[in-house]
Design a protein around this ligand. Structure first.
Ligand SMILES: Nc1ncnc2c1ncn2[C@@H]1O[C@H](COP(=O)(O)OP(=O)(O)O)[C@@H](O)[C@H]1O
Ligand SMILES: [Mg+2]
Length: 360
């Protein structure tokens, strides 16, 4: 229980700290934010719709977890107060909740004990998390002050966005969407494109973050090992990691664009399959997917092989069963036939229920 001492402490903080999440985070939760984290927090306090597309390890989840705690105390005793956190998989939701728990434990104001996916201050004021792949009854989330945090938002399916629209119909409802811009389609993409006017938008390139601030692709490329090792905030994306990805993927690669620069990959008008379809096929198979596969009559694994020509290309094999990609494996050697055969045998013995492989 948040007791009366806390309520009076909150009253005392009312004007100077409580309206400002970045100050609340520093003063009460003892978490200092870097510049863009603070700017995003401020945006959530002042704007209903905020979307952040960003590189890996820019501190999105960390910052959102502190916003969740702020929201509960910001509106405590002012009607029905809710924080809802969601992400495509349970594992991702739990990552957010580990941050919420850590933040609550460090807080100067004692929060009630934080459950694995819920924090309840009172019947009227609570936060909870669920994975977006579970069907949800959005009715329960109507409230007077509702903060919806969608982490890894590009992977969240359309049904949930419809439910969220329903919640937005009444009350003070804010949405914070966070993610790597991996899929150029869907609600997250729209927030940066056809619905851009409604959203307060942020893009975080690794080159904007504290460990790389002021550097460029060229300056990073020219760095020696000592310069690459400089990391004033070692928990955030590092120079060494960006350098490695630059070497491995190259700066034109869609993965580099989205995971390092925070930019959506372009959608070619000539592609047969959209990036969104491919991402969906690559999802981790759920128990339902596996059961459906087991029950499919005469299910076979199909393997496609892209044979590399001379040069820097890799030979790649992709195995699928039904609508699921079981794996994609690249081979760097000039003549990878032995390695490919071994991989094919391995796939066959990993999924004995599917019978022999079919090459396409
Ligand atoms: N302002 C901060 N102060 C201390 N640690 C931070 C801060 N921001 C992020 N971190 C830590 O940095 C790491 C990456 O942050 P995270 O929020 O997971 O990034 P993202 O969600 O953007 O991939 C995590 O271990 C997180 O706890
Ligand atoms: Mg994250």
């Amino acid at each position: 229980m948040i007791d009366s001492a806390i309520r009076s402490e909150l009253l005392h903080l009312e004007k100077s700290i409580i309206p400002f999440p970045e100050k609340f985070s520093r003063g009460i939760l003892k978490s200092d934010m870097w510049e863009t984290q603070a700017a995003i927090m401020h945006a959530v306090a002042t704007h209903p719709l905020v979307a952040v597309k960003a590189c890996h390890a820019s501190g999105k989840t960390f910052m959102a977890a502190r916003l969740a705690l702020w929201w509960l105390l910001r509106w405590l005793d002012r009607g029905r107060v809710r924080v809802i956190t969601t992400a495509p998989t349970l594992r991702q939701v739990k990552l957010m909740w580990e941050e919420i728990r850590t933040a609550a434990e460090a807080s100067r104001i004692a929060f009630p004990e934080c459950g694995s996916l819920a924090l309840r201050i009172s019947d009227d004021c609570y936060a909870m998390g669920f994975s977006s792949s579970k069907g949800v009854n959005a009715q329960g989330f109507h409230g007077d002050h509702v903060l919806i945090i969608a982490d890894e938002a590009p992977g969240i399916e359309g049904d949930l966005w419809d439910a969220i629209e329903g919640i937005r119909a009444g009350g003070d409802v804010r949405i914070l969407m966070l993610g790597n811009p991996v899929v150029p389609a869907g609600a997250f993409y729209d927030a940066f494109n056809r619905e851009r006017a409604s959203w307060q938008r942020f893009t975080i390139s690794a080159f904007d973050t504290p460990n790389l601030g002021g550097q460029t692709l060229e300056s990073l490329r020219a760095m020696d090992a000592a310069a690459l090792a400089i990391a004033p905030k070692p928990y955030l994306v590092t120079r060494a990691w960006v350098f490695e990805k630059m070497e491995r993927w190259g700066v034109e690669h869609p993965k580099f664009r989205s995971r390092v620069l925070g930019e959506f990959p372009p959608q070619s008008p000539y592609s047969v399959f959209t990036e969104a379809m491919i991402q969906r096929a690559k999802r981790e198979p759920s128990e339902d997917d596996m059961r459906a596969l087991q029950n499919m009559p005469r299910q076979q694994i199909q393997v496609g092989i892209g044979v590399a020509g001379p040069g820097a290309d890799e030979t790649v094999i992709a195995a699928r069963a039904g609508g699921l990609i079981l794996g994609i494996w690249p081979f760097e050697d000039a003549d990878p036939r032995g390695a490919v055969l071994r991989k094919l045998n391995e796939i066959e013995s990993t999924y004995p229920q599917f019978g022999p492989l079919v090459a396409t």
